[in-house]
Write a protein that binds this ligand. Structure first.
Ligand code: NDP
Length: 318
């Protein structure tokens, strides 16, 4: 892969970021990705404050390369997470699921590089105005929490690039996410106007991911159409179609209200599915690219393969 504004911003070999996924993105995964030339992220959304501190310290011990932390802005104990990040000297923070104006200046005043995740042009401009250093634009194909607009990555990247250019932010690095699980997809994202990519699902199934083995196996077995974006009345989320998803379908069929859907979802479903491996009752958050994942590999092997495929794709275009 070629050097871009994204690899320059993060001081990484490749313009490639691993998604900071709840229940998957532990210090082990983040450090393995960083050691292999990408930017590893710890997913703090599923970590209690003391757990995040431990993961940051373990990651610092496991790599001397840059890494970051993803913080969902709706996290209940967000001040504690942010204070740990600053105290422990983390240099890069990705924020998601919330208003970028809330924490960006606070983090930047403390010397931290800030990136915000969006799924439409309006929020891309809002993030740019809040002073972020880069934007992740995440399309409809992505796993887990997602935008309501259902804009695919193929449409989203050029739209956001154009909106940023028109808003006077043409130099702001743009990272494409959603549907990226091959070197060809990376080449496509760069061709569309992105400066790098963020990859989740491939790394959720990596050896170093803290996801349960049952969940990894379910990812390998997933084929075309195995996932769906659902629960839009609450927070839209892309899930593997399992018995829990089926129960959601049945709730829709009987005209369930948002309150009934929230009750059905309950608490801790994602942990049950992705971390404890309950494939029936749990929520299994994964992207459409699950259909392309056929083996559990190390983060290094994944990145080497992506790099090779990227060069093959560029070669084909020549
Ligand atoms: P739930 O409300 O269903 O459950 C909360 C889960 O988070 C529990 O499993 C709990 O672990 C764990 N947890 C970690 N820290 C805390 C805390 N301080 N207070 C309460 N619970 C905590 O939420 P979800 O599992 O659906 O999501 C967890 C978090 O991840 C949320 O903040 C959510 O918004 C975020 N998220 C963000 C995404 C994104 O940014 N794109 C994608 C998906 C989720 P335990 O069971 O051990 O108590």
């Amino acid at each position: 892969m070629k050097a871009t504004a994204v690899s320059a911003l993060f001081q990484t070999q490749f313009p490639l970021v691993q998604g900071g996924m709840i229940w998957c993105s532990s210090w082990r995964l983040a450090s393995a990705v960083s050691n292999a030339g990408g930017l590893g992220l710890i997913g703090s959304g599923s970590m209690y404050p003391e757990v995040l501190r431990e993961h940051i310290q373990q990651c610092q011990a496991a790599t001397d390369k840059p890494f970051g932390v993803n913080v969902p802005l709706l996290y209940p104990n967000i001040e504690e997470h942010m204070n740990s990040i600053v105290e422990l000297g983390v240099k890069i923070v990705f924020t998601s699921a919330g208003n970028p104006a809330t924490w960006t200046s606070w983090l930047k005043e403390r010397g931290i590089t800030v990136v915000h995740v969006v799924s439409n042009s309006k929020f891309a401009l809002k993030a740019a105005q809040a002073g972020v250093d880069a934007i992740v634009a995440e399309g409809f194909e992505a796993g887990g929490h997602n935008g309501r607009e259902e804009t695919t990555t193929l449409c989203l990247i050029p739209q956001i690039r154009e909106a940023l250019n028109a808003g006077g932010y043409s130099d702001l690095p743009l990272i494409a996410a959603g549907g990226v699980a091959s070197g060809g997809a990376i080449a496509a994202c760069l061709a569309l106007g992105a400066d790098g990519v963020q990859i989740g699902s491939l790394f959720a199934a990596a050896e170093e991911s803290s996801a349960h083995e049952n969940f990894k196996k379910a990812i390998l077995e997933a084929g075309d159409g195995a996932t769906q974006l659902t629960l839009k009345e609450l927070t839209p989320v892309r899930l593997l179609k399992n018995p829990f998803w089926q129960a959601v379908q049945e709730a829709y069929a009987r005209g369930a209200s948002p309150e009934e859907l929230a009750e059905l979802l309950g608490r801790g479903r994602a942990k049950k599915g992705m971390f404890e491996g309950d494939l029936n009752e749990g929520e299994l958050e994964i992207g459409q690219v699950a259909a392309q994942i056929s083996a559990v590999k190390s983060a290094r092997a994944i990145i080497e393969q992506l790099n090779q495929e990227y060069h093959q794709a560029i070669g084909r275009l020549k």
